[in-house]
Design a binder for this molecule. Structure first.
Ligand code: ADP
Ligand code: MG
Length: 714
């Protein structure tokens, strides 16, 4: 804490700080935006209410002066005293050492970075006010880089808030902007009076009271109650947020309940079985219990005249595709069209091949749509889709383009849904809406989302989970190996190849520079080609034209290539059961869930499979603590849910879900796991509020979700 920047009002050497113009935050300024204004927007602080809800990270107590004799080591204190000594010393390094005496004791202030102006303010004889963390120093007690200014002047009457900020946004500017937002924001009561104390241990305070307090707490507050968010002001805030969440979910459910979709019931085929039964009969395997269960959940939804919005989550390799295929044939059997959209061409193509293999023998026609196909091919596909000749359409984003007109689409399946933005999901739905009816929606993901998070992330989504892998899979052995032991890894590749197996070698995606990324993969490709004479080594990266990618992928699938060097384009969905070894270079740069996805490319057949996580420490002597813990997690567990949980712990929910892009509302203040009492309160009252006080409910949702409310319908 002690090295956090001091509040600027006690930093005398600070250059004059810009102060926000009066209209900051209201969005009606016409002048070009200043840097701090842009920074405010970067933090998402646009509306007055956003500013008012931007809460301090911590507080500093500048309301009193502490006697040095009363200060304990580790205390953050403000003292006032006289400078009795000041010198620049050079051991162990150049620094300014200043002794201050407040009559009760003395303390040394140390500055490694300092300016002549520092020395002037802190010259011998000057009376100064100093703020910092007091520590037991070598000879006497000391403060390192404290804040300071001339003594005297008024003491603050409230604790000083320190806000989360970004570069280019000084605390003083932010503080002023927040206080302005707080003053202007509409914080009129949205909770009906009868809610304020219903089933709660203590009645809720008003929102204005709560926020004013959290931004400027009185000095007598127990800081711990602010830190653990148990203070009544926090209770109000969390109650508000949870209620907004419950209201919006409820509203989204009601909106959906009012929508209509074609009920997909299998026709009576007489002696002939349904297409589902025929498909099941032809499959080379039996469904797992989990596949059967989620299949039944989906089937039940599809029979209703309300559109299904279901998320199918299942670990890599858990067999989601066949569940999707069963849903598709149910739809087709009922006489409707089904579309399946995947985020990459490779993945879409894999689905296409697999589905053709399963569905063509049943007499089902499938159309293929992608951005890279030839005009003639595209025209033919579009015609088949428009006429209804194709009952299944598989493709990439091309599926949602304007030119695509369906004859009678009733089911849309989106694979790896997190790869698509909310806007794309909306586009898919709206373009396919016809005759007042909506398609059913099945979204699939291999990045399992913890239940509580799913509830707050998706306003209105039912979740099915495949929690079991098909039998006969051998566990993947994961090893963490230093890059310096590359040769051993190459040796290992040789032995796998000798057994007729295939190998993936994944190079990291360096986001800032795709070209470096490419060089990396190209060099590895050359090195491996040289080290493995007689083996064909393929190269796959994101810059290759789709046709070339396809060709490389096809020769790996057919077994012609022994090794495939690739950037992360293979991350999702690729299925080559003969591949038994995966090497991931610079594993320390990947997210845990991403490593898990990658690793899931092996261990798909009966062969014992392994994953080698190659790490590089760069110039450092050893791998950092966090990186080590992360890679260790990969060795310890193969459970995608557990990995997602740890990933969430390390990265936090925002980044985990990429929520910033999606604009989805996440809980910022409440915690579903611990605020159970408030959650129960919000759950019970949300329906009452929508029913009895619709206007208040509307205002409440607007306060918390603003423009994002629209997304809740996706
Ligand atoms: P994912 O859930 O990652 O999309 P896939 O649907 O690609 O997984 O399935 C992985 C592999 O497991 C495929 O080769 C698929 O044919 C096979 N598979 C799916 N279900 C079963 C099952 N019940 N028994 C055996 N193999 C199965
Ligand atoms: Mg898949």
């Amino acid at each position: 804490m002690h090295n956090c920047p001091m509040p600027t009002r006690s930093a005398p050497t600070a250059s004059p700080r810009k102060v926000p113009p009066a209209e900051a935050g209201t969005g009606n300024a016409v002048a070009p935006k200043s840097q701090p204004q842009k920074a405010l927007e970067k933090l998402g602080l646009r509306r007055d209410i956003d500013l008012a809800l931007h809460l301090p990270l911590r507080y500093e107590d500048e309301t009193r002066i502490t006697r040095l004799a009363d200060a304990r080591d580790g205390d953050m204190v403000q003292i006032e005293g006289q400078v009795t000594h000041s010198e620049v010393t050079f051991r162990p390094r150049r620094q300014l050492r200043v002794t201050v005496d407040d009559g009760s004791d003395t303390c040394v202030l140390r500055f490694i970075n300092f300016y002549p102006s520092h020395q002037k303010t802190l010259s011998v004889g000057a009376r100064v006010r100093v703020r910092g963390e007091i520590r037991g120093g070598f000879v006497s007690r000391e403060m390192v880089h404290p804040g300071f200014r001339a003594a005297g002047g008024e003491l603050a009457t409230a604790l000083t808030p320190v806000y989360p900020t970004v570069a280019g946004l000084p605390q003083a500017y932010l503080r002023k902007a927040v206080l302005g937002g707080l003053a202007r924001a509409d914080l009129a009561e949205t909770l009906p009076a009868e809610f304020l104390s219903k089933n709660l241990p203590q009645p809720l305070s008003s929102m204005r009271e709560a926020l004013s307090f959290l931004h400027n707490p009185t000095p007598d507050v127990m800081l711990a109650t602010l830190e653990d968010r148990s203070h009544p002001a926090w209770q109000r805030l969390k109650a508000e947020e949870l209620l907004a969440q419950q209201l919006s979910q409820l509203q989204a459910r009601r909106v959906r309940a009012a929508m209509r979709a074609p009920p997909l019931r299998s026709p009576v085929h007489g002696p002939q079985c349904t297409l589902q039964e025929q498909l099941l009969e032809r499959l080379p395997f039996r469904l797992t219990a989990a596949q059967q269960r989620v299949g039944a959940e989906i089937a039940a939804d599809l029979q209703k005249n309300v559109p299904m919005h279901r998320l199918l989550q299942g670990d890599v390799g858990s067999g989601k595709t066949v569940v999707a295929a069963l849903a598709a044939v149910r739809c087709i059997d009922a006489g409707w069209q089904c579309a399946l959209m995947a985020p990459t061409e490779i993945l879409a193509e894999q689905h296409f091949r697999k589905l053709i293999g399963w569905l063509e023998p049943l007499g089902i026609q499938t159309a293929w749509l992608t951005g890279s196909q030839k005009a003639k091919e595209r025209r033919e596909a579009l015609a088949m889709i428009a006429s209804g000749a194709a009952s299944l359409v598989v493709g990439t984003h091309a599926v949602i383009q304007d030119k695509v007109v369906f004859d009678n689409l009733a089911l849309a399946i989106i694979d790896e849904q997190h790869r698509f933005g909310v806007a794309q999901r909306l586009a898919l739905r709206s373009k396919m809406t016809q005759g007042g009816e909506e398609p059913h929606l099945l979204m699939m993901t291999a990045t399992p989302i913890p239940r509580t998070l799913a509830m707050s992330y998706y306003a209105d989504l039912d979740v099915s989970t495949i929690d079991e892998l098909p039998p006969g899979r051998t566990p993947i052995v994961t090893k963490v190996v230093s890059e310096t032991r590359r040769d051993e890894v190459v040796e290992r590749i040789r032995s796998q190849l000798a057994e007729g197996r295939q190998v993936y070698w994944v190079c990291p995606l360096i986001e800032e520079s795709e070209s470096v990324d490419l060089i990396n993969a190209t060099q590895t490709h050359e090195a491996l080609s040289a080290a493995l004479p007689g083996t064909q080594v393929g190269l796959l990266h994101s810059r290759m034209p789709p046709a070339e990618k396809k060709a490389v992928m096809a020769s790996f699938t057919s077994g012609q290539l022994g090794v495939l060097v690739s950037t992360t384009v293979i991350e999702v969905g690729v299925d080559v059961p003969n591949a038994s070894l995966m090497v991931i270079e610079h594993a320390e740069r990947f997210g845990l869930s991403q490593l898990h996805q990658l690793r899931g490319r092996v261990g798909r057949g009966a062969a014992a499979s392994a994953c080698v996580l190659l790490y590089s420490t760069g110039d450092a002597p050893r791998l950092g603590e966090t990186a080590r813990a992360r890679l260790k997690a990969m060795v310890e567990t193969q459970d995608g849910f557990e990995i997602a949980r740890r990933d969430l712990e390390i990265r936090g929910p925002g980044e985990f879900l990429g929520a910033r892009q999606s604009g989805a509302p996440l809980l910022r203040f409440a915690d579903l796991a611990t605020d159970t009492e408030l959650l129960a309160w919000a759950r019970a009252l949300a329906p009452v509020m929508l029913e009895k006080y619709p206007d208040l409910a509307h205002r409440h949702i607007l306060r918390w979700l603003g423009g994002k409310a629209e997304f809740l319908k996706a």
